[in-house]
Design a protein around this ligand. Structure first.
Ligand code: BMA
Length: 310
């Protein structure tokens, strides 16, 4: 397939064996720039089967990863009973207005997965703001700035099997409005039939907010997780300017096809390289390891502009 994404020759770039302590799997990382480095906030699954987060840093975002010696954030069932079965799938966004990073993640509560929010200066100490969406809800990320008075967030409630990407608004990061539909799952034989969810946080470009989102297809031998592109209006991100018909990143390699959950490619973080022209996409592969794929920003926008014009 003619995909704009190229996989790193170092893939999988991170596995559980790279961590400074014993762990079963490392996948679905949030990603951000921090000083001169790229930092990943990694979902790590321990041998109880529950997940926490660990930080790895690298100068080129591809090799030479250094790990913080202890977990960055663990479920805290005393202060946050919603973390009953751990925390999963962080998305990291730098908020210039607060000069802090916002981390949205799944708390796996007794009532199902819900969205939690934490703020951090350094990816070392986290201030938890608590749950911001009731279960069943996940795959959430903030936009990096306010629109008027409001912060905006994309998230993915799952209501009776309908699982679409929606937008909510908040004046204070704590109280969030009723969801407005942004990207609906397609139906029938589509690759993104039944369930879609946001991948990395929305990326601001001159053409609009770029999204990479996953679609789930249920088959006789399990779910297939692939990702496609969409572009949202810069001023009103409830408006979809373009959405690709094809998926652009799907399970192909052995480490994507084989693992705890086979046939899963789950992008959850991306950063622009120093030239601002290449996008580095970090993804969980088969819920077991981390892969890196890169693409030129103009190729991604070109793919979508063709759709918008069609
Ligand atoms: C989703 C999430 C992800 C996971 C994916 C594939 O529902 O729970 O954490 O990577 O399923 O198993």
């Amino acid at each position: 397939m003619n995909s704009p994404f190229v996989r790193s020759s170092f893939n999988p770039i991170i596995t559980a064996g790279d961590l400074p302590y014993r762990a079963h799997a490392a996948f679905n990382p949030g990603a951000t720039r921090r000083g001169d480095e790229i930092a990943l906030l990694i979902r790590v699954e321990g041998f109880r089967g529950q997940s926490h987060f660990a930080v790895a840093r690298s100068v080129d975002g591809e090799t030479g990863w250094r790990f913080d010696p202890t977990p960055a954030l663990e479920g805290d069932v005393v202060r946050h009973p919603e973390d009953a079965w751990g925390i999963e799938d962080p998305r990291v966004v730098y908020l210039p207005e607060l000069a802090r990073y916002a981390v949205t993640f799944t708390s796996y509560s007794l009532a199902g997965p819900l969205v939690s929010l934490a703020l951090t200066d350094d990816l070392v100490t986290f201030e938890r703001l608590g749950p911001i969406c009731p279960p069943d809800d996940k795959d959430a990320a903030l936009f990096p700035r306010r629109f008027g008075n409001d912060w905006l967030m994309l998230h993915r409630p799952n209501c009776g099997g309908e699982a679409n990407i929606v937008l909510s608004r908040s004046p204070d990061l704590l109280h969030w409005s009723e969801p407005e539909l942004v990207i609906a799952a397609r139906s029938g034989g589509w690759w993104d039939a039944g369930k879609v969810g946001l991948g990395p946080p929305p990326l601001e470009t001159s053409a609009g907010w770029l999204l990479l989102y996953h679609g789930v297809r249920l088959t006789a031998s399990g779910a297939l997780y692939r990702s496609g592109l969409a572009l949202l209006d810069l001023d009103d991100p409830t408006k979809v300017i373009a959405r690709t018909d094809d998926w652009h990143l799907g399970p192909e390699t052995v480490y994507e096809r084989t693992g705890d959950v086979p046939n899963v490619v789950f992008p959850s973080g991306w950063v622009l390289d120093s030239s601002g022209e290449r996008v580095l996409v970090y993804y969980g592969a088969a819920d077991t390891v981390i892969g890196l794929a890169t693409a030129s920003l103009s190729d991604l926008l070109g793919t979508l502009e063709l759709r918008a014009a069609a």
